[in-house]
Design a protein around this ligand. Structure first.
Ligand code: GLY
Ligand code: MN
Ligand code: MN
Length: 474
């Protein structure tokens, strides 16, 4: 766990970047079906960055004039202790969190206005709507959690982004712990795979690996033999001979830090010849993109590297025709690789995605409007301490292969008849999709793969598939 001192240093660094007081909120419980039956509480990511395991409805007032931080939480009552257990006293919490003062949340508005005096107050929208309304009423800002411009003022969002963008050793240790649990989940699911098994069973293996380690899923598990559905959260299929399982799942620690890993493997334990060919192209794209990581490199160039390897492989397989650079320039590769090479990773699985493209496409860069390239989630120059994913893939998606406008545009670049044959694989169920995703740290010396313990070479994957003792799979 990051230490008290770590959070104190983060808060001091934020205070240095502020020119007026701000109030940040953890957010509260969100109802699942009726108010007393909520989803598990998950604090806002920036609040998690600044405080250790925040309480629901907590808020914090930062005053750059004197460098103070006041934490506001619910009063401790006998009723709460009865239902939810006793919480540390305000004095204990002050020491545990290393803040200047702990006060009752009911006093937030009165204290914040008094401390601000004539100065303006800033805040951030959070996922919990009632909290965002409270924040907006207090500061007078228009706060919108879903705004493409970010959840708060430019200066506040910029300050948090600058800090969160470069991971410190304690953050990297947390991501490393999440990566280790994620490895266990992936290896467990590979090992439990059998012809005649079920996606639901494998999903249970993944969830239990996370739960055994006190983690949750950082995002809904994508586990499917229909890997061509990019965010497939359905787990109702049987595992049949010839199918590929695509698992995209990552553990999230109590601190919020997470991993995000995808592996793809054959249900029957042996990649078929075309599965092997496609797998090795995706693996080559994953490796080439990772090898291109170094400080100062533009992430879009890493994306293009992965596109070129994929286009080249598909040309060699006869699925595309033409000059590789031209195919990537025109966007034809996106018929098979319709998403970006990855995204930032940290406390959010798409770290700070809610901060908007101003953060992820800096220096006046604009998102492409081209199919596929439009889904590249960031285009920053890489810096030491950045953590991000590298996740190329190849998919045979009926809706995309049959899309008339794309088909007209790319009929000279894509061998549609050859692609159709992949849709007929597996008695018409189709080839599916293959994605290989790792989490990578940019260091001064180049890339460091944080998820290298998850089997990735074809032979290493095949060695694990189905290796669990009979009876553990069904
Ligand atoms: N898990 C979603 C993604 O890989 O971006
Ligand atoms: Mn993923
Ligand atoms: Mn990802």
């Amino acid at each position: 766990m990051p230490s008290v001192d770590f959070h104190r240093r983060r808060r001091a660094a934020l205070l240095q970047r502020l020119d007026h007081p701000v109030v940040l909120f953890a957010g509260g419980f969100r109802a699942r079906n009726y108010p007393a039956n909520p989803y598990a509480f998950r604090a806002d990511s920036s609040f998690l960055y600044l405080f250790d395991r925040p309480e629901p409805d907590a808020a914090a007032l930062f005053d750059p004039a004197d460098g103070t931080v006041r934490l506001f939480v619910h009063e401790r009552t006998a009723q709460d202790a009865l239902w939810h257990g006793a919480q540390p006293s305000f004095e204990e919490l002050r020491a545990l969190q290393g803040v200047d003062e702990v006060l009752a949340i009911e006093r937030l508005e009165e204290v914040a206005r008094r401390i601000a005096g004539g100065r303006s107050l800033g805040s951030l929208a959070v996922a919990h709507e009632a909290t965002t309304r409270r924040a907006a009423a207090l500061t007078g800002e228009r706060l919108d959690f879903e705004s493409p411009d970010g959840p708060g003022s430019r200066t506040l969002v910029d300050a948090l982004a600058e800090l969160r963008m470069r991971k410190e050793p304690e953050e990297l240790a947390e991501i490393g712990r999440a990566a280790a649990v994620t490895r266990d989940a992936h290896v467990g699911a590979m090992a439990a795979t059998r012809v005649g098994g079920s996606e639901a069973h494998l999903n249970g293996v993944v969830d239990s690996a996370f739960a055994f380690a006190g983690c949750t899923s950082a995002y809904p598990n994508i586990l499917s033999v229909r890997g061509e559905v990019l965010h497939n959260h359905h787990h109702g299929n049987a595992l049949r001979d010839g199918d590929l399982v695509l698992l995209d799942a990552g553990a999230e620690r109590a601190t919020g830090y997470c991993a995000d890993v995808t592996r793809t493997w054959p249900v029957n334990g042996r990649f078929g010849s075309e599965q092997a060919e496609i797998y090795d192209i995706v693996l080559a794209a994953n490796r080439a993109a990772i090898a291109a990581v170094k400080p100062g490199v533009r992430y879009m160039d890493i994306h293009r590297t992965s596109c070129r390897v994929i286009a080249d492989g598909l040309v060699q397989m006869g699925l595309m025709t033409g000059n590789v650079d031209g195919l990537v320039e025109s966007g034809a590769h996106a018929v098979f690789y319709p998403h970006g090479v990855g995204h930032m990773l940290g406390i959010d699985v798409h770290d700070m995605e809610g901060f908007g493209d101003r953060i992820h496409y800096p220096n006046g860069r604009k998102r492409s409007t081209q199919f596929g390239t439009a889904f590249v989630r960031m285009d920053r120059d890489l810096e030491v301490g950045n953590v991000f994913t590298i996740e190329p893939g190849i998919y045979f998606v009926p809706a995309i292969l049959h899309e008339p406008e794309l088909r007209m545009r790319f009929e000279g670049s894509v061998d549609y008849a050859a692609a159709e044959r992949f849709l007929a694989h597996n008695d018409g169920r189709g080839f599916g999709g293959i994605r290989i995703e790792d989490d990578v740290l940019c260091t001064a010396g180049g890339p460091q793969i944080l998820t290298s313990d998850v089997p990735k070479d074809r032979q290493d994957v095949e060695a694990v598939v189905g290796s669990a003792a009979e009876g553990t799979a069904r």
